[in-house]
Design a protein around this ligand. Structure first.
Ligand SMILES: NC(=O)c1ccc[n+]([C@@H]2O[C@H](COP(=O)([O-])OP(=O)(O)OC[C@H]3O[C@@H](n4cnc5c(N)ncnc54)[C@H](OP(=O)(O)O)[C@@H]3O)[C@@H](O)[C@H]2O)c1
Length: 324
């Protein structure tokens, strides 16, 4: 296959570059910064430049490729200032529109366009898991800060940009992904592990809020599964079947690192921590109880369905990478 990865230079993109190139596929990374080190080394991976907003020379690569996986978007780990929120939204909507235009204009369009979305689309809730059929879309939940609605609105606009694209010859899937857990430097797992090793990996604000996650191997396996299943289109949750409360999630991660203590943090302490890390507390406090309804129904089997053994596996890999 020839696989195009717009925005494929980040944590998830590099996982996919390695996976597809490792399978013998041709990988083209579409980046705003060619040559800046975002492509993994190897004969099957190359880069082309774009501005993340408009159709240009790069669109030639769409013609005749098999699969596009669009990952582009400004990082959400930032302070939610009006300017940052606008960039978070525009970078996602504009890049998805540009991909849609390129696919629509292709003489030999790709057979599949996988568009990154997010599990953050679903409501903050504790009572029941969100799957694609019965899940509640977020925004306006009682008792949560009003600004949490922005992330939901961004996710809706992001998915709409794909859904509205007139690409009749190309199957479209929106990947409602939970946190992708891999040992790579700078990944969510890396940051959480750093906090754990500092003794700061305890419950935050009581730790009742659910954490949804997916092991990077299962993320790759799920994409391969979706590539092979011509009958699946539309939104698909990419989350392990075992989301768990943050308190338990951190306890299992501490156990995997063999760190006995994790200082609990109040909501206010989380606010200070998020500020210092130039992030936002929504990422810590929103209860993300998301499960893989459609994948499971379609027969996808997770290799890492439960967090405790997945965390042990990731710690083993992180230690191995450090030693190497
Ligand atoms: N990581 C997760 O656990 C997770 C979970 C759910 C959803 N997602 C979503 O999946 C996507 C990929 O995740 P990731 O962790 O790999 O993200 P990432 O490390 O932040 O990488 C995203 C890539 O998007 C490009 N980008 C950044 N700002 C942009 C802008 N203003 N316009 C166009 N492109 C821009 C960058 O590529 P260049 O600088 O090379 O152009 C960057 O490498 C993101 O959209 C993220 O929100 C991630």
């Amino acid at each position: 296959m020839k696989v195009l990865l717009p925005g494929g230079t980040g944590h998830v993109g590099r996982v996919l570059q390695r996976a597809f190139a490792g399978d013998g596929d041709e990988v083209v990374v579409v980046t705003r910064r060619p040559g800046a080190g975002g492509a993994v080394a190897g004969p099957r991976v190359r880069e082309v430049g774009w501005d993340g907003r408009t159709v240009g020379e790069w669109a030639r690569e769409v013609d005749g490729c098999d699969v596009v996986v669009n990952l582009a978007g400004r990082s959400v780990s930032c302070r939610y200032t009006p300017a940052n929120l606008r960039q978070m939204r525009d970078s996602r909507v504009d890049s998805a529109r540009a991909v849609g235009e390129a696919v629509a204009a292709a003489t030999r369009p790709p057979r599949l366009w996988l568009q990154m979305s997010t599990a953050t689309l679903y409501a903050h809730r504790f009572d029941a898991p969100n799957d694609e059929a019965t899940g509640l879309v977020g925004g306006g939940e009682p008792g949560v800060p009003g600004y949490w609605g922005y992330s939901v609105e961004i996710a809706r606009a992001w998915e709409a940009a794909q859904a509205e694209a007139a690409t009749p010859a190309t199957r479209k899937v929106a990947l409602r992904a939970a946190m992708v857990m891999g040992p790579g430097r700078g990944s969510v797992f890396d940051v959480l592990s750093w906090l754990v090793r500092l003794g700061l990996g305890g419950p935050v604000a009581g730790g009742r809020q659910y954490v949804s996650w997916i092991h990077e191997d299962d993320f790759v396996r799920a994409l391969r599964f979706l590539i092979g299943r011509e009958d699946l289109s539309g939104p698909v949750n990419l989350a392990a079947p075992g989301p768990l409360p943050q308190r338990a999630f951190m306890r299992d991660l501490r156990a995997a690192w063999r760190v006995p203590v994790g200082l609990p943090a109040t909501r206010a302490m989380a606010g200070v921590g998020a500020y210092v890390l130039r992030s936002d507390t929504e990422l810590l406090l929103k209860s993300r109880r998301v499960v893989p309804g459609r994948l499971t129904e379609a027969g996808f089997a997770f290799a890492h369905g439960e967090w405790a053994p997945a965390a042990r596996d990731l710690v083993r890999r992180a230690r191995g990478a450090r030693r190497a």
